[in-house]
Design a protein around this ligand. Structure first.
Ligand code: SAH
Ligand code: SF4
Ligand code: F3S
Length: 472
């Protein structure tokens, strides 16, 4: 359906559904930016959309399969539109698009466009082609357009500047792709080779985001700490140097985070930045996957468990209050009870503020999928339950330890109840508190009064006009 705005401009509705990691969240926002000049405005309701984009994830089997069930649900909607003489364009973007390409249109013949993560700046052209094809009766179902080349010009150069007001906390992609080739992982195949954006472009995007209302920026990359971009005045910077430039050069930027890091790329300067850049938040997601050297070697992680311990020690020396998060895979091919026990030991020793854990999922085309010693689902389930129980206890303990403390909270949005605000502590814990809406976008002292499974409850500290502190 096409609606008319005024006499001239045609407005269309875009529905974006995002799966997977934060990079997909960033990419979805950028796809909306790319399509805004074509008259597309974003809707949360698939039923009223002219274009639906599924921005997909291929990391585990379940993630990939979700897309096909969603495409199944959209099929009758598209058929109905067509019966009414209109259309609903369906696009599959993201990592399933890249990994499966034409297979997507074979399995879901009503898909119009398959577009990989490095090609979505071409969406205007792809949509024009798909629209022309639909109007002329071609393509027949199953002949959707597939755009999954890795173009030689980075897409970042073709993306428009953000113009809409931004959320308080936003993502900024600085690095994409991965050259590490962990044996279990599809990312090097779906996102391509490692690429670092130039520092000047990143600083300009950060300045623009802050002018549009952002106060916290999370720098994103599949391997964000492998970032090594060209410096504004020539030469090359590492991530630590970039973080310092953002902290010094972007007035109004209160908080900086980065994710996801690889232990191998935690260099001295980045660790030092945790000591001397106050805007760099004391929270780090540093995936270790396993506590067993044998498993780590077979995963091609290229570091051992002790090396991880040493990195954590150095981080804690630099920033004693740093909280850590991680990813764990249980049931990697050939993982023994002894290997798994070493993972539990490592977790117990380090103490994580939060973490993600997954059963190993064999992915087509990755070396680990062909390895002998694939474990039974039940073994994986038992190990996952054990690891999650330990991690849950650690997360509870971490949150409990915040109760009774006064901490700075950056408020991001209204809560569900009237008068309620939601924000985050420096350690990424979500906080609910009663407060005025004008506090959104501000960092405010909050007394933490309680801790629930997923968030903390707090009371905003009001400061008397004379400057005398008093709790509200
Ligand atoms: N770049 C990041 C994470 C990429 S994917 C890193 O280097 O760690 C996010 C997480 O998904 C990984 O850390 C890993 O724990 C998990 N993962 C990746 N492939 C997986 C697979 N085949 N099965 C189960 N979990 C997987
Ligand atoms: Fe995947 Fe390993 Fe690259 Fe992370 S470092 S994206 S787990 S291949
Ligand atoms: Fe998934 Fe691709 Fe991100 S596979 S985790 S969406 S990089």
């Amino acid at each position: 359906m096409t609606r008319e705005r005024g006499d001239t401009a045609l407005t269309k509705k875009l529905h974006l559904k995002t799966y997977g990691c934060q990079m997909n969240v960033y990419d979805s926002a950028r796809m909306a930016d790319v399509l805004a000049p074509l008259g597309y405005s974003v809707t949360d309701i698939a039923d009223e959309a002219d274009l639906v984009i599924l921005n997909t994830c291929h990391i585990r089997e379940k993630a990939g399969e979700k897309v096909y069930s969603e495409l199944g649900r959209l099929r009758p909607l598209k058929a109905q539109r067509r019966a009414e003489g209109g259309d609903l364009l369906l696009a599959v973007a993201g990592c399933v698009a890249q990994a499966e390409g034409a297979e997507v249109v074979r399995r879901a013949p009503h898909v119009d466009i398959v577009v990989g993560p490095q090609s979505y700046h071409q969406l205007p052209e792809l949509i024009a082609r798909a629209t022309r094809a639909a109007a002329s009766g071609v393509p027949a179902p199953g002949r959707g357009i597939v755009a999954t080349d890795f173009p030689t010009d980075p897409k970042f150069d073709s993306l428009p500047r953000q113009v809409d007001p931004q959320a308080v906390s936003v993502f900024l992609a600085v690095q994409e792709g991965c050259d590490k080739f962990c044996t279990f992982c599809v990312v090097p195949y779906t996102r391509g080779a490692e690429y670092s954006r130039p520092a000047g472009d990143i600083l300009a995007e950060a300045q623009n985001l802050v002018q549009l209302g952002a106060r916290e920026i999370t720098l994103l990359g599949q391997n964000v700490n492998a970032w090594h971009g060209s410096a504004p005045a020539g030469g090359e910077w590492g991530l630590g140097r970039l973080i310092r430039a953002l902290a010094d050069g972007v007035p109004g930027l209160r908080r900086i985070r980065y994710t996801t890091s690889h232990p191998r790329d935690m260099d001295d300067d980045l660790i030092a930045a945790h000591a001397d850049v106050p805007a760099l938040m004391p929270f780090l997601h540093l995936p270790v996957q396993s506590g067993s050297d044998r498993v780590l070697a077979r995963m091609n992680r290229r570091h051992g468990a002790d090396e991880y311990r040493r990195i954590v020690d150095r981080l804690r020396t630099a920033r004693p209050d740093i909280a850590l998060s991680s990813d764990f895979i249980v049931g990697y091919p050939g993982e023994t009870d002894g290997d798994f026990a070493q993972t539990l030991d490592l977790i117990a020793e380090i103490g994580f503020a939060q973490a993600f854990s997954f059963k190993y999922s064999p992915r087509p085309g990755t070396p680990a999928a062909a390895e002998p010693g694939q474990l039974d689902e039940d073994v994986k389930s038992v190990r996952l339950a054990a690891v999650q129980e330990l991690l849950r206890r650690q997360q509870d303990a971490f949150n409990q330890a915040t109760v009774g403390r006064r901490v700075p909270v950056l408020f991001e949005k209204r809560g569900r109840h009237p008068g309620q605000l939601i924000g985050r502590t420096p350690w990424l814990q979500s906080v609910h508190a009663e407060g005025a809406e004008r506090l959104i976008g501000q960092e405010v002292e909050v007394d933490i009064a309680g801790s629930g499974p997923n968030s903390l409850a707090g009371r905003i500290v009001t400061i008397e006009p004379a400057g005398m502190g008093a709790a509200a």
